[in-house]
Design a protein around this ligand. Structure first.
Ligand code: 6A9
Length: 789
């Protein structure tokens, strides 16, 4: 009985939250406490939509489709690479009051703008303006349907107000967090001063069983029976929302889960380009509004905010004064804006597991306000990505950074663990294949939030009089108890075989299926590590992350007047270049390296499939690729030259006078190793695993391509060593200029050519590849342009 009790106690630890008071008050995001940040474009996974920072927010959004096209139904809603848009993203966005987005579809462009106006007790009003223009290449002006919607997420109510037969003039509604409100749909006009345009109207009012079902419901309701008949022009059938009947599942025994149901109202307007449409949200508690935020008033507001944005951007990053062209500045604004406009507010439960659980468990419900790496492919929070995101955002608005860090750190459990990938809520989960959902509590991810904290501390120390930076102290005070546990979690659960060494847990276990078992937890996924994962391993990148983190823990403790000697000591020990050399310097490679049970002599080969004589071959399984080990592994250095070998340099742990620095700078500049005209490649061209697939389905990822987060750290480190007295100072300065220029030029050129900022860049052509748009850490290009590190 006792054993059973113990087991269940241990089993619960993984889902038990940290006992110290949360950094954020329970109502800190509410309309009352934080009205200006209540409404926002916090739905990065849709092309255009807004919600509030509350758990069961009413959500608003827009879908669209082109009528009379060859393609059957080209409904756009959630950001999908498969839509093959020519480009989309926020061009301007201040994170709070307004945003301007451009969406380039095949033969027309939609500009989606919003402006907020404060008033009342529920986060105020907002207006959307959608402007549609055909491309000059289009043979005739396309007819487009915009579908604006509002949906309730288990609470609140929405009601369609219909005028003139089937034109939905407005939606009235009520919810806990918004009180009463009204959403008004204005008729399309050609321009601000012209009268209404011919348009056809449709609407749908139904119930949705969950927010992840909205696209399907609209699709299933579409009908071709409607006639578009402009005063001058032919009559044609067009597609529109009609009545919605849930799809019939004959085998489904269970009744629908009505607890998840919510009202769903869609307004469709079908009109030919060019046109402009406004949608107006008015809060019921906003009584004395001076006028409606529409038409010329909206135009004035937009112009005012654009001018403010431009001035603030220049004041913050100074790109114009550095001599960048208008086109470069526009690019920089787009990169920043899409990261800000890509911030999401997610709410829900992770699915987690520890060794004490037979099955995965649901983590406690929680909120996460975070930037996301990619609005299309990974529109959710990733722990180590976020530290990089906040390096950029903290320059623009340190309050965003404090709130994002606070949300992440409030998700910590009693052990000190934070799930690495945050898949919160049904909408987020619907985008992730089941095998990737469960998060394991032995798995880490680089503690990059310390980089962002370091930036906040520096802002405070260099400007302690400023009211804004002063908020950092009370913030750190509340953060500290949790931060201590977080640091301790890394320090204990990821410790290595030798004193003061570290090892990433959670490497792939099934070693014969991969050329080299992956280490997803390190963030560098398939970067080559020891061929045979074992407890003997030690990882140089993790060692350096710990050196960095202990140093920042020491600074925070000191700032707060807390004991800091232990952190300081750890920092000194881990930064000791002699220890680092002893644990990680490979004389053979003349570079820093991981250590482990390793052999270079592995290859992926086709498995032999035995086919008995006389039997048809096709009745037997297709041969898969498996790994052959041609020489047995032994404890030794892994000797893979690439990003991992650079870490003592990247995180400034190497002393400026270390002769190792010379080797590093030489390897970096060597085109046969790491140097390319587009940035540093992740793995040396000379490495055996350079650009090698890991399985037949698994293309090289961190085995050659150029990643901007690590390149940012490299440029920042070069800047550091070029400003620090030492024998390699000049060399560092020269490399700094060259690398910085190469990265900026290429990311910019790719953006102009393809319309996107990308997840990674080809080391052979510089071409953007992988997920896009990726204004996660690739947007750090802005900081390199600004030379702010
Ligand atoms: C798979 C597919 C619709 C991989 O940017 C996020 C992470 C980084 O943290 C990591 O360092 N990316 C990098 O190696 C993307 C990971 C995406 C995994 C999700 C599910 C969904 O299909």
């Amino acid at each position: 009985f006792y054993a059973l009790y113990m087991r269940s106690g241990l089993a619960k630890r993984v889902v038990t939250l940290h006992p110290s008071p949360p950094v954020l008050d329970a109502n800190s995001s509410s309309a009352k406490v934080s009205p200006a940040r209540f409404w926002g474009s916090y739905r990065p996974q849709v092309y255009f939509g807004m919600k509030t920072r509350s758990p069961r927010s009413i959500v608003t959004g827009m879908m669209w489709m082109r009528q009379f096209s060859d393609v059957d139904v080209n409904l756009r809603h959630t950001c999908e690479q498969g839509d093959r848009l020519q480009g989309y993203g926020w061009l301007m966005h201040d994170g709070i009051t307004f945003g301007v987005q451009e969406i380039r579809d095949n033969d027309f462009t939609l500009t989606t703008e919003f402006v907020k106006r404060m008033g009342g007790d529920h986060g105020g009003d907002w207006t959307w303006r959608i402007t549609a223009k055909q491309h000059s290449s289009a043979p005739q002006a396309p007819v487009i349907s915009l579908m604006f919607y509002a949906a309730a997420d288990t609470q609140g109510s929405l009601e369609a107000q219909v005028e003139e037969r089937n034109r939905l003039a407005s939606i009235t509604g009520f919810s806990e967090e918004l009180g009463n409100f009204k959403i008004t749909f204005r008729k399309p006009v050609t321009g601000e001063l012209s009268g209404a345009k011919y348009a056809s109207y449709n609407y749908l009012q139904t119930k949705s069983p969950g927010l992840e079902k909205l696209t399907d419901i609209v699709k299933h309701s579409l009908n071709r029976r409607f006639v578009y008949s402009p005063p001058s022009g032919e009559k044609r059938h067009y597609i529109a929302v009609d009545t919605y009947k849930p799809p019939h599942h004959p085998n489904q025994q269970k009744p629908a889960d009505t607890r998840k149901e919510g009202d769903f109202v869609v307004y469709q307007v079908t009109v030919q380009t060019p046109f402009q449409i406004e949608v107006l949200f008015e809060s019921g508690s906003f009584h004395n509004r001076p006028n409606q935020l529409v038409g010329s008033i909206m135009t004035q507001e937009l112009e005012k905010r654009k001018a403010e944005f431009d001035a603030r951007f220049e004041k913050t990053f100074g790109l114009e004064s550095k001599g960048f062209s208008q086109a470069h500045v526009k690019f920089g604004k787009a990169a920043l804006s899409n990261m800000l406009g890509g911030m999401g507010y997610f709410y829900g439960q992770s699915v987690v597991q520890s060794v004490y659980n037979e099955y995965p468990l649901l983590y406690p419900e929680g909120a996460l306000f975070t930037a996301v790496p990619s609005r299309s492919f990974f529109p959710r929070g990733f722990l180590w990505d976020e530290g990089f995101h906040q390096l950029l955002l903290s320059k623009w608005d340190p309050q965003v950074t404090r709130e994002a860090i606070a949300h992440w750190i409030d998700l910590i459990n009693i052990e000190g663990w934070i799930p690495r990938e945050q898949i919160l809520g049904d909408e987020a989960r619907s985008k992730v294949p089941a095998e990737f959902v469960v998060q394991h509590n032995e798995n880490a991810n680089p503690p990059t939030l310390f980089l962002a904290l370091q930036e906040l501390i520096e802002q405070f120390s260099s400007n302690p009089e400023k009211v804004e930076t002063q908020l950092t102290l009370p913030f750190l005070r509340r953060l500290f108890p949790r931060l201590k546990t977080w640091f301790e979690w890394y320090n204990t659960t990821q410790k290595g075989p030798r004193p003061n060494s570290y090892r990433w847990r959670g490497r792939d276990k099934d070693t014969n299926l991969f050329l080299n078992p992956k280490t997803l937890t390190s963030g560098l996924d398939d970067y080559p590590r020891a061929s045979h994962p074992s407890a003997e391993e030690r990882h140089v990148d993790l060692h350096c992350w710990m050196a960095l983190s202990s140093g920042i823990m020491a600074s925070i403790a000191q700032l707060l007047g807390e004991p800091h000697q232990d952190y300081e000591l750890s920092h000194q020990v881990l930064s000791d270049n002699n220890l680092l050399n002893e644990l990680h310097w490979s004389e053979q490679l003349r570079a820093f390296s991981d250590w482990g049970n390793h052999t270079q002599m592995v290859a992926l080969q086709k498995e032999k499939v035995y086919v008995p004589p006389g039997q048809p071959r096709h009745q037997f399984p297709v041969a898969r690729l498996v790994r052959s080990v041609l020489r047995p592994p032994k404890p030794q250095y892994v000797n893979a030259l690439g990003y991992v070998s650079l870490f003592p340099f990247l995180l400034h742990i190497l002393s400026p006078d270390s002769p190792k620095l010379e080797h590093i700078l030489r390897d970096m500049r060597d085109s046969n190793k790491l140097w390319t005209p587009y940035g540093l490649r992740s793995l040396s061209k000379a490495d055996k695993l350079y650009m090698q697939r890991n399985t037949e389905h698994d293309a090289p990822y961190w085995r050659g391509p150029i990643w901007i987060n690590i390149n940012y750290l490299a440029v920042r480190a070069l800047h550091h060593y070029s400003n620090t007295e030492g024998p390699y100072q000049e060399k560092a300065t020269a490399l700094y200029e060259e690398l910085r220029t190469n990265i900026i030029d290429n990311v910019y050129r790719q953006y102009i050519e393809t319309g996107y900022i990308w997840e990674q860049y080809s080391d052979s052509s510089g071409r953007g590849q992988g997920s896009h748009p990726f204004t996660g850490w690739s947007a750090l290009t802005v900081l390199m342009m600004a030379e702010q590190y």
